[in-house]
Design a protein around this ligand. Structure first.
Ligand code: GAP
Length: 453
């Protein structure tokens, strides 16, 4: 079988309803994608696994869901307005615009090969907005380019609501927006994407210890929870650090065209809480003038024992959820030779990740007894609360198996004429294609066993 490519995944995503081009019927929009019926399920399962590992299986991390639009000043004081940019160059011959640090050869145009390239200029990545009835067209808000900053500005809100001793964290999953110069690699680099980020607040003297701890914890999650083979993952320390970082490492996954970033672990020191606190000093001056001191907030931590007040350091873990889904799909995608010139495509997802947990298939269409039994099995499976169950009533069993192989359904339950006689059905397993007959009463427990894997 030929080596799999990202194009195989793109085709499967479109054909089976995982991901569609955004604004497709109007010619599309670069860097924006819509998630279809099975894509939303897979994304939800990945999100839930991350949330479970960050929130439900620990007692030191709180959840947050902050607004996507935020006051311009937040992004001024976070440093993004001045520094969150990419180096943009333009080809003088064909006019192509490119991100200099991602060009195949920085001296040659990626599009036409010309060596006449402009000097790089800083290209602002944030999407500015002018919102409100009084807006005059000037930027007064931004769509957030990361979740992290919207977590820092809530540091005191969360701590006041749920006191914690250091170290503790705040986790967020949500959309982020960047006006990327060249979106590429399907959902790898988009202009609208989703992040799962956790900010862990630590005593400054512990920063290196927790940086190492989170590196190991996150790598283990990719391997043990998502099931990505260890040899397909590696750490890549950043050579050029972002404006906030003391140390940073990428977790990279080996995509079909090479290793690339799927998550970052960053030591952001006290940069963010510190700069939002300093910005509040400026507000204080205004607030005094306005006689409204309450509008100032210091993002510091007071140690309950020593009473000492200081700004904690932050260790951040920052994962791209869309990239995680892409990596999971690439790993699961398998083309199998079945002999006699036949082959099949099967998505060998871990069953708990599968968009559809089980499909119930009456062997023949329009046979009332078969449909009634199938409906009953479907209803019993729904009661398990394990996710999506589908009933197929097209009467074309071969086509049904092919569809469910391609969307990664771990088991199909086939109801046939023998079922009417002896109350047994066939379980057909996705990966092995093995078929076993079991009593209808055993179906829920069998399916439960499978989807827990
Ligand atoms: N808060 C830190 C931060 O945003 P980042 O490395 O810029 O760090 C974190 O982003 C993760 O978000 C990346 O590892 C990547 O998985 C994902 N990501 C970043 N830009 C993206 C884009 N344009 N499209 C899809 N995912 C993106």
């Amino acid at each position: 079988m030929p080596a799999k490519t990202v194009n195989d995944i793109v085709a499967l995503c479109k054909r089976r309803g995982f991901i569609f081009t955004g604004s497709e019927i109007y010619g599309g929009l670069g860097g924006a994608y819509d998630y279809g019926p099975y894509g939303v399920e897979l994304m939800k399962n990945i999100r839930n696994a991350w949330w479970n590992s960050m929130i439900y299986s620990r007692n030191d991390i709180e959840g947050l869901d902050a607004a996507l639009i935020s006051n311009r000043l937040m992004w001024k004081y976070s440093g993004h307005e001045a520094s969150f940019s990419d180096p943009l160059v333009e080809c003088k011959k064909c006019g192509a615009r490119m991100r200099q640090d991602k060009m195949r050869d920085p001296t040659k145009c990626d599009n036409c090969g010309s060596t006449e390239i402009t000097e790089p200029r800083a290209y602002q990545l944030m999407m500015g907005l002018s919102i409100g009835a009084m807006a005059d067209g000037a930027i007064n808000a931004y769509l957030r380019p990361e979740t992290a900053t919207t977590t820092y500005v809530n540091f005191k809100n969360v701590l006041d609501a749920k006191p914690h001793k250091l170290p503790f964290g705040i986790a967020q999953i949500g959309k982020a927006f960047r006006n990327e110069i060249s979106p590429r690699g399907f959902v790898f680099r988009m202009r609208e994407f989703e992040q799962a980020e956790m900010q862990y607040f630590v005593n400054p003297s512990d920063d290196e210890k927790y940086f190492e701890m989170w590196k190991a914890t996150r790598l283990a999650w990719w391997i043990d929870t998502l099931g990505i083979p260890a040899e397909k993952l590696r750490f890549l320390p950043h050579e050029k650090l972002a404006h906030y970082a003391k140390a940073a490492v990428d977790i990279e996954y080996e995509f079909p065209d090479g290793f690339d970033e799927v998550e970052g672990v960053h030591n952001r020191q006290d940069f963010d809480l510190g700069s939002h606190t300093k910005s509040q000093d400026e507000f204080e001056i205004h607030a005094k003038v306005l006689d409204n001191k309450d509008s100032t907030t210091k993002l510091a931590y007071s140690d309950p024992q020593s009473g000492e007040s200081f700004i904690p350091y932050v260790i951040e873990t920052a994962m791209g959820v869309n990239r995680a889904m892409l990596a999971v799909m690439i790993e699961a995608y398998t083309e199998e030779d079945l002999g006699d010139g036949k082959s099949r495509i099967v998505l060998k997802l871990k069953p708990w990740l599968s968009p559809v947990k089980a499909a119930v298939i009456p062997l023949a269409r329009n046979v009332p007894e078969l449909l009634e039994i199938s409906n009953n099995i479907e209803n019993d499976l729904r009661k398990l609360g394990i996710g999506r169950i589908e009933l197929e009533n097209s009467g074309n069993i071969g086509k049904n198996y092919r569809r469910h192989d391609e969307i990664g359904t771990p088991v199909c339950i086939t109801v046939d004429h023998q079922t009417i006689e002896d109350g047994t059905v066939t379980l057909r397993y996705r990966d092995t294609m093995d078929q076993v007959r079991v009593p209808i009463a055993d179906v829920p427990s069998k399916v439960l066993e499978i989807v827990k894997q």
